[in-house]
Write a protein that binds this ligand. Structure first.
Ligand code: PLP
Length: 392
């Protein structure tokens, strides 16, 4: 029988290093059989042994041991109280904004994932919520955007795709002072590099599809919170919206997490080389990469993150060069998404940021010469050689 006493192991792992925590997770092994690979509990429901006796599991929409193992693992990695695994990053965000009531106002990074923007504008604005998009690196803008009905502050850092950096600790102070819920989408950095809850955020959200999974084979979302009240909200979301991650997909993310540290180190190392190479290329006009010392957010990023991540955006000289690059790459895949072992090249204008209105896009610099690259873990010389031949 599975019961909470098995989680005694959980405390023992508190002292482990991050790399070991990713490998050993919440329970790690199956407490009953000792199976080293945590079992996939592919079941919809659970037998009660007797009247009013439950194993703690009733129905998979509410709780499932495999999903719970992933949720506990993510809570450990993000240093939060509780984690929740959703069927996608979008589903996770739907439940984050599900905290809002009609009339509530939210301050958002002006440069966010297109799907998040679409959700705010098409779903939650229609439900009576208000959104202001601003540059979170500029505290004057942040102060000026505050309204009496502001309820939430929602950021990405670095942002997608312009790589703008916001100061998490500073914004956490601001949020606390004004009683706002502070949400950080930590998809780009992952807890390997950056742990927003330790810097004062209330909620961390992830597209688990990206680096946490790492293999481009699952769609998933993660939320980690620091308070029992917020945990209660997300538990209710899973139970009522039925948007929890399936057991097999939970297992795939657990499997991906085991190599998170190795992968992140390699993404980071490769991206540094690719970014510097791009910067020296005659057809590349501008490179957006938080690892450049002259990046305006370099110091803030250094302070709050242990690395720079694997994401780079850049502007080419002409739209024709973009077309040439996207159709000329061989090993590198022209596809949306990011964070997998494969290097992917994305055209935000038509792929990830199509929903963003043209004037905002233009202001941010997401134009027809703009591309984003998710640097994979292949040999860096192959990545650069492929870019070089496609740009020649
Ligand atoms: C992909 C992504 C999302 C959406 O997640 P899905 O898993 O695709 O639903 C949200 N935020 C960021 C930063 C993303 O990259």
């Amino acid at each position: 029988m599975i019961n909470d006493s098995y989680y005694d192991d959980y405390d023992l792992k508190e002292n482990l290093h991050f790399d070991s925590k990713t490998v050993h997770g919440g329970l790690g092994c199956d407490p009953i059989t000792g199976a080293v690979s945590f079992p996939i509990f592919q079941t919809a429901t659970f037998r009660h042994r007797d009247f009013q006796i439950s194993t703690g599991y009733d129905y998979t929409r509410l709780q499932n041991p495999t999903r719970q193992e992933l949720e506990r693992t993510m809570a450990i990695l993000e240093e939060g109280l509780e984690g929740f695994a959703f069927s996608s990053g979008q589903a996770a965000n739907m439940s984050v904004f599900g905290i809002l009531k009609p009339g509530d106002h939210v301050m958002m990074s002006d440069d966010i994932y297109g799907g998040t923007y679409r959700m705010c504008e098409d779903v939650f604005s229609a439900a009576g919520c208000e959104f202001t998009y601003l540059d979170m690196a500029d505290m004057d803008q942040v102060e000026a955007a505050l309204r009496p009905n502001t309820k939430m502050l929602y950021i990405e850092t670095p942002t997608n795709p312009m790589m703008k950096v916001a100061d998490i600790a500073l914004l956490a102070q601001f949020a606390k002072k004004h009683g706002l819920l502070f949400v950080v989408d930590n998809t780009f950095m992952t807890p390997y590099f950056q742990r927003p809850l330790t810097l004062g955020a209330d909620i961390v959200v992830h597209s688990g599809t990206k680096y946490l999974c790492g293999h481009n084979d699952v769609i998933a979302g993660i939320v980690v919170v620091n308070s029992p009240e917020l945990a209660e909200h997300f538990r209710l979301q899973l139970k009522t919206r039925g948007n929890g991650l399936a057991p097999f997909d939970s297992w795939l993310i657990l499997r991906g997490l085991k190599t998170l540290s190795l992968r992140m180190r390699k993404h980071d190392e490769n991206a540094q080389k690719v970014a510097h190479w791009l910067r020296g290329h005659e057809k590349v006009k501008k490179v957006y990469y938080v690892g450049f010392e002259d990046h305006p957010g370099y110091e803030v990023n250094r302070k709050q993150s242990a690395g720079f991540g694997g994401m780079i955006s850049f502007t080419l000289d002409r739209p024709e060069t973009v077309r040439k690059l996207l159709s000329g790459v061989n090993m590198i895949l022209f596809a949306e998404s990011l964070g997998g072992t494969e290097t992917l090249i994305t055209y935000p204008l038509t792929q990830t940021h199509e929903s963003i209105p043209a004037d905002i896009r233009e202001k941010l610099g997401i134009n027809e010469c703009f591309v984003r690259i998710s640097v994979g873990i292949e040999h860096v010389d192959d990545i650069i050689a492929d870019l070089e031949q496609a740009l020649a």
